[in-house]
Design a protein around this ligand. Structure first.
Ligand SMILES: N[C@@H](CCC(=O)N[C@@H](CS)C(=O)NCC(=O)O)C(=O)O
Length: 204
């Protein structure tokens, strides 16, 4: 098995943590390369898409774009559907998780506190409930997207749920997903996977 290196910032969240969790759930060893902001600035011009995370596969090169990396891991280790139609449902949810990030992330760069608060309150009153309603509609009996089998899509949704429900974004209520029991159950089921519990016992 080729040596794998995940490069990301030194925190347990977002796109890099999704890759770490996917490999952990797959039971695949990897080099967990956590870098500082200064190291990122130095590396950035040479990264495939000028962003993190990346996955380096010894002998094959450096891969970028979190969803592409997750799908590669998923296909290699039985964590993404082989069936194209089923995969399209998973892919759509994975892209939709990115859509949510792309709505929230720009508010991090608003400097005026009043404007930042207003932008986030607006998201909390319209876009985020709409996002959660759409996700909830896609989920069946659960707890995972595919019933009782976890896949990379579940990791992606878990990371988003955990980000918001931990109070990670000021002025977006941490309870905002409480009205969406299937999404909450999915997140809880990922959180309780033995590999995930063991990962946080080791890294938290
Ligand atoms: N579409 C990309 C987005 C990557 C991205 O924006 N990564 C952030 C960290 S989560 C980053 O590198 N930010 C620093 C920068 O863009 O300068 C993906 O899914 O990997």
């Amino acid at each position: 098995m080729a040596k794998l290196t995940v490069t990301y910032f030194d925190f347990a969240g977002s796109r890099g943590e999704e890759i770490r969790l996917a490999l952990t759930i797959a039971g695949i060893a990897f080099d967990d390369n956590r870098i500082s902001g200064a190291e990122f600035a130095a590396l950035k011009p040479d990264l495939p898409f000028a962003s993190l995370p990346t996955l380096e596969v010894d002998g094959l090169g450096v891969f970028g774009q979190s969803n592409a990396i997750l799908r590669m891991i998923g296909r290699q280790h039985g964590l993404h559907p082989e069936d194209a139609v089923k995969a399209a449902r998973h892919d759509a949810l994975m892209e939709f998780a990115e859509d949510l990030r792309h709505r929230i992330s720009p508010t991090m760069r608003i400097e005026d506190p009043g404007q930042k608060k207003a932008a986030r309150q607006q998201l909390a009153s319209d876009y985020i409930p709409q996002w959660a309603r759409c996700v909830e509609r896609q989920l069946g009996a659960g707890p995972f997207v595919d019933g009782d089998k976890p896949n990379v899509v579940d990791i992606k949704l878990y990371m988003v749920e955990r980000w918001i429900s931990s109070g990670g974004v000021e002025d977006i209520p941490r309870e905002i997903f409480d009205a969406y029991p299937k999404l909450k159950a999915l997140a809880e089921a990922v959180r309780n996977l033995p590999a995930v519990v063991a990962w946080y016992a080791r890294t938290a």
